[in-house]
Design a protein. Structure first.
Length: 366
């Protein structure tokens, strides 16, 4: 190796960036006067992209790997620097490192309640919050639209804009979903997927990818939640008598440190309430017992047989005999019989059936 090669070797730079932060999205490599030696070593690690900017113009974008800054590795920059004519002196350029890993656990939430129409509660105000994750996918687009010439761009510089974008679209999704408030907890995953699909194209316009949105909670105003708690408590009370006795006992237990007068009043009140419930219970049970002690009426299962000439028909109920009498098929002379009778008798001779026969006028006087 000659003296010239040794001197040139001392000018070779190593350009790299090791990120020791959790929120840096873009970092500009510091160079004195932006001078980079020809043949410098550039290291781009996984989850990084390197962008060369020469005289305000994006010259090259390099992915992960190790590069030697010379003509064959930087064709576009070589054209700008005229390296194709043997140019090998230091050149001025800016090197930006883009962090392409996911930035996770970013917060979002509604600052003001979202108005929605619920099928059960009517108009309600909802609040929601959660987290989201994103990363840089288009370095050129991100630099042109968001970053500009910022040499140290962090997540906080864009998080407010992204959070407002999520909240706006989420409010629209909730208002148009038609899902009842009480069923929203079972649809957090559905909300997350739907909002992600709606907002992803708008993130792409910034050169970003929205990888995930998580809905952690959707809540009602405090007054509405208090009313729901009371309604739930009433459903869980069950036996009101036992619940009141329990509450009275609880209040007596809490008043151990109070005066004996308070305890005496509490015991008297508990006794009166217990007596009132006992009287009510005894009255109800006595009424039900009286009703159960009264026997039901005996069933009317009397059945009859009738004979028209030599034809026998039956058995017939009393209601059926009444219809036959109305139709003229049951006459006073019609023979009838039922179990327990020794022989057939005319219907007019049976007192039970005589009332069913049509009235006959007496014979005319002579």
């Amino acid at each position: 190796m000659g003296l010239w090669d040794k001197l040139m070797g001392e000018f070779i730079d190593v350009i790299e960036w090791i990120d020791d932060s959790n929120d840096t999205m873009v970092y500009r490599f510091p160079r004195h006067g932006n001078e980079i030696k020809y043949g410098a070593k550039l290291t781009v690690r996984e989850s990084q992209m390197a962008v060369f900017v020469n005289e305000g113009e994006i010259a090259d974008i390099l992915g992960p790997g190790m590069y030697e800054l010379e003509t064959r590795n930087l064709p576009l920059l070589s054209t700008l620097q005229h390296w194709d004519h043997g140019f090998s002196s230091p050149f001025k350029a800016e090197v930006y490192f883009f962090n392409t890993r996911q930035f996770v656990n970013l917060k979002w939430g509604t600052r003001n309640p979202v108005m929605a129409r619920d099928s059960e509660f009517g108009a309600v105000r909802l609040r929601a919050f959660g987290t989201y994750a994103m990363r840089i996918t288009d370095t050129r687009q991100f630099m042109l639209e968001i970053m500009g010439t910022d040499g140290h761009f962090v997540v906080d510089e864009i998080s407010d804009q992204l959070r407002n974008l999520i909240v706006t679209r989420f409010s629209t999704v909730v208002a148009q979903s038609g899902i009842p408030v009480l069923d929203m907890a079972a649809n957090y995953e559905q909300f997350s997927q739907f909002v992600t699909e709606k907002i992803a194209p708008e993130f792409q316009a910034y050169g970003l990818e929205l990888t995930q949105i998580l809905v952690e909670n959707i809540s009602l105003p405090d007054a509405v939640e208090e009313a729901l708690d009371k309604r739930t408590s009433m459903g869980m009370v069950g036996d009101l008598d036992q619940y009141l006795k329990y509450q009275t006992a609880e209040s007596l237990g809490k008043s151990e440190g109070n005066s004996g007068l308070d305890m005496g009043m509490g015991m008297a009140m508990a006794g009166k309430m217990a007596d009132a419930f006992d009287r009510s219970s005894n009255s109800d049970s006595s009424h039900s017992h009286d009703q159960a002690a009264t026997p039901p009426p005996l069933p009317n299962d009397s059945t009859w047989y009738i004979a028209n000439g030599q034809q026998q028909s039956g058995p017939h109920s009393m209601q059926a005999l009444q219809q036959l009498a109305a139709q003229g098929e049951l006459q006073p002379s019609t023979l009838v019989w039922q179990a327990g009778m020794p022989d057939w008798q005319a219907a007019s001779e049976v007192g039970e059936l005589a009332a069913l026969l049509p009235s006959q006028p007496p014979p005319l006087p002579q």
